[in-house]
Design a protein around this ligand. Structure first.
Ligand code: G6P
Length: 366
């Protein structure tokens, strides 16, 4: 009820602001990186596996899509990510030495549970879940688990579950890297330090809310939006577009920015806001030239730019400055203003934010 909401207007807003606490709780028991964070027997499973197959739906699928970049770049383990409802119904080529990873906030999503059983029936016995509900069907079904500590999530649009899933998946990446001889003690210490600093870094991002509210007034009058990201932040652009469409009912699409010229540039006019996720990573110069392509067609850019990118506001280019680049964990910071943008745009349009039309929190039927 209203008492539980405290100063917030909706559960979604409350849950966005709970992320520093949710991440701190999710990391609470982590003293060091060890396979046993994922349960007894994890070491021998991690030693045996040669690839990773991630299965999930919705926002959890985008967490998996982000983790693929980490798993391949840090742990050097081949990884594929599949939408659970597709995987379970297609013919695939199973590899017995696969770590099957399901990602699910609820642990009860029917398609994800069925995909897990399908993978097992194909002869892949190594199963692990990143899940927010310790008593769920998924945790019972999988041999290994990482339980995120987001706490109960009520808003249908997932927020704190997503960022805590990313934390769990980053820990999984580090544990696999360690078993595969790809993680020095110095690297482990540096990654742990960056993880532990996340709650503080997130507070600085949450403090951008008033700037995001100002943008939301513009977005509330639009019927379409394009989201761009590259690399590790392409799944974040996808998640930002999903958030906007599910709660504000604005049609939104996300593209990896390099793909603009192969289609979506045809949609760009002065009526098309283009949200750009701009971390200061190795793809920055490429991203800046993608932004020029949008400007040349009159598209209006709304850029979330790391402070060290030197991207400046100018006519047609609106910039909200993020903290300094946060390295591999940057997606966990960059998704937060996208959550806030969707939230405040929906509020400005007067939609039922916590219970968007036609959607359910947990989809336990096919
Ligand atoms: C529904 C929810 C989404 C969620 C998805 C997967 O569509 O509205 O927020 O991402 O299910 O749910 P899960 O519990 O498996 O993460």
């Amino acid at each position: 009820g209203a008492a539980e909401l405290g100063p917030y207007r909706h559960y979604m807003q409350k849950e966005i602001f709970e992320q520093p606490r949710a991440i701190a709780d999710t990391l609470d028991a982590v003293q060091s990186i060890t396979p046993e964070l994922f349960g007894d027997g994890a070491y021998s499973v991690f030693k045996d596996v040669e690839q990773v197959l991630i299965l999930a739906c919705g926002t959890s699928y985008y967490a998996g899509s982000t983790a693929k970049y980490w798993l391949e770049s840090i742990a050097k383990i081949p990884t594929s990510v599949e939408i659970a409802s597709e995987y379970r119904y297609r013919e695939s080529v199973p590899h017995p030495r696969t770590l099957v990873v399901t990602i699910t906030q609820s642990g009860e999503t029917a398609d994800t549970l069925a995909a897990l059983k399908h993978a097992r029936s194909l002869g892949m016995p190594h199963t692990l879940t990143v899940c927010n509900v310790a008593t769920s069907a998924m945790v019972r079904e999988c041999k290994l688990a990482y339980i995120t500590r987001a706490g109960v999530e009520i808003g249908v649009a997932s927020t704190k579950a997503f960022t805590t899933q990313l934390v769990g998946l980053f820990l999984l990446t580090l544990a696999l890297a360690q078993v595969r001889g790809r993680l020095s003690d110095e690297e482990e210490a540096a990654h742990l330090k960056a993880l532990r600093h996340l709650p503080v870094a997130l507070q600085a991002v949450l403090a951008l809310e008033p700037q995001v509210i100002a943008w939301a007034e513009d977005f509330a009058r639009k019927e379409n939006a394009l989201f761009l990201g590259r690399g590790l932040h392409y799944p974040i652009a996808l998640e930002g577009a999903l958030k906007l469409k599910e709660i504000s009912y604005i049609h939104a699409e996300a593209y990896p920015a390099g793909e603009l010229k192969h289609g979506p540039l045809a949609l760009v006019t002065d009526q098309m806001p283009v949200v750009t996720v701009a971390p200061n990573d190795t793809l920055l110069e490429k991203l800046k030239s993608n932004m020029q392509e949008v400007r040349a067609r009159g598209g209006e850019l709304y850029v979330f730019a790391d402070a060290d990118t030197r991207i400046e506001s100018e006519p047609g280019v609106h910039v909200i400055r993020m903290p300094e680049h946060y390295g591999q964990l940057s997606p966990i910071l960059h998704v937060v203003p996208l959550q806030l943008l969707a939230y405040h745009t929906a509020c400005a349009r007067g939609t039922d934010v916590d219970k968007p039309r036609n959607l359910a929190k947990s989809v336990t039927v096919e």
